[in-house]
Design a protein around this ligand. Structure first.
Ligand code: G6P
Length: 367
């Protein structure tokens, strides 16, 4: 097993380190001179042009990738897109027909809740596309089309490289839809793919600079609760950071949309409460910074994830974690990574088995 872990103490740490390669593999061969080519997506251009509504269904970490995808797909395609927990989807009688594209995201391809959501969508004549990491598994077999993530096998129960490759696949699918529908020109699509192609190198650099995060994790290991805030695509990242910490370190951890703090969650904050803040570069930057000031005024210890060169956050930060600068929609490929390491290190500091957390299964094949 030591050899399988490639010199790392845990599969999770190895899989975190594998992420640059997993992203590169997922992008490989999918950009041509004429923009994106997704030949495996066996839906005709006409089918894709007929799409009037997109639903994304998924569970757990895959659901968080779907939340990011919603921002990207709506921005690039202007098609209304909703994302829903697979376990809720079919029980509320969603409105589906032939012009609905349902995207089921699943690492394993065997999650029962996601499979049942997919079957429900098919019964209602929706088209179903799977984004999946496992060749030939049930969810892609039952879908009309599949876009595989090429993350390689993921062993640790808590998902890491599957998440980042799901994001990449969602970006590709959103861009492909925009291209087929003539909303983006192939060269515009190509420009975004080129930005995606730079992310593996940027991530390698980021992974080399995680000493500060490791040090911080020793401080946070005894906290009573840890809160995460973000806006726009930083919101699903906050949720994913909190999920990782719950799964691995068994701590009370919650993610919030930063703008919602004042409507309730801010009551949770007292002296020294760690609040991890995902700060975007974009239009939302100053809004998030003002949310950070609000929590700090209530005594929070603020840990800020900000882009390199963003000095404006220093005044409000107890700790700053730097990530490389990338376009806003792609930022989750960077900002998620320190949160994965943080959860892994806090769990280790608390003496827990990172690869096999209690009460959890890698793939949940019951409803
Ligand atoms: C389980 C795992 C999670 C995973 C979720 C969905 O709960 O513990 O890590 O995100 O299932 O799994 P899937 O294979 O459908 O992506």
């Amino acid at each position: 097993a030591a050899a399988e872990k490639g010199g790392f103490d845990h599969f999770m740490l190895k899989e975190i380190a594998d992420q640059p390669q997993a992203i590169a593999d997922t992008l490989l061969g999918r950009l041509t001179e004429n923009g994106i080519a997704l030949d495996e997506v066996r839906l005709s251009d006409q089918d894709l042009r007929d799409v009037e509504k997109v639903f994304i269904v998924a569970c757990g970490t895959a659901y968080h990738s779907g939340m990011v995808a919603k921002y990207a797909i709506e921005h690039w395609t202007r098609i209304p897109c909703e994302v829903e927990l697979a376990s809720e989807f079919r029980y509320r009688d969603p409105i589906l027909d032939r012009s609905t594209l349902v995207i089921a995201i699943s690492q394993s391809g065997e999650t029962m809740d996601t499979l049942m959501a997919l079957r429900h969508a098919k019964q209602q004549n929706a088209r179903v596309l799977a984004i999946c990491n496992t060749n030939g598994s049930t969810i892609p077999r039952e879908s009309d089309a599949v876009l595989y993530t090429h993350g390689g096998p993921e062993i640790a129960v808590a998902s890491t490289k599957a998440f980042l490759t799901q994001l990449v696949a969602c970006y590709l699918m959103g861009l492909y839809l925009a291209q087929v529908r003539g909303i983006m020109y192939p060269d515009e699509v190509g420009a975004v793919v080129q930005q995606l192609q730079q992310t593996p190198d940027l991530l390698r650099g980021l992974l080399d600079q995680m000493d500060g995060v490791r040090k911080l994790s020793r401080d946070l290991a005894s906290a009573r609760q840890v809160l995460f805030i973000g806006r726009h695509v930083g919101y699903p990242v906050a949720l994913e950071g909190a999920l990782k910490l719950k799964e691995l370190a068994y701590m009370h951890a919650e993610g919030f949309a930063a703008g919602e703090l004042k409507h309730g969650p801010i009551a949770l904050i007292d002296d020294g409460t760690p609040v991890i803040c995902v700060v975007p570069s974009s239009a939302m930057h100053d809004k998030v910074v003002s949310n950070i000031q609000e929590v700090r005024a209530r005594g929070a210890r603020t840990i800020i994830i900000a882009e390199e060169g963003d000095e404006s956050v220093e005044a409000y930060a107890d700790d700053v974690i730097r990530v490389p600068r990338v376009p806003t929609l792609l930022a989750p490929l960077m900002t998620t990574v320190p949160l994965q390491i943080l959860a892994c290190e806090i769990a280790t500091a608390r003496g827990y088995d990172v690869d096999q957390p209690r009460n959890l299964a890698k793939s949940v094949t019951v409803e």
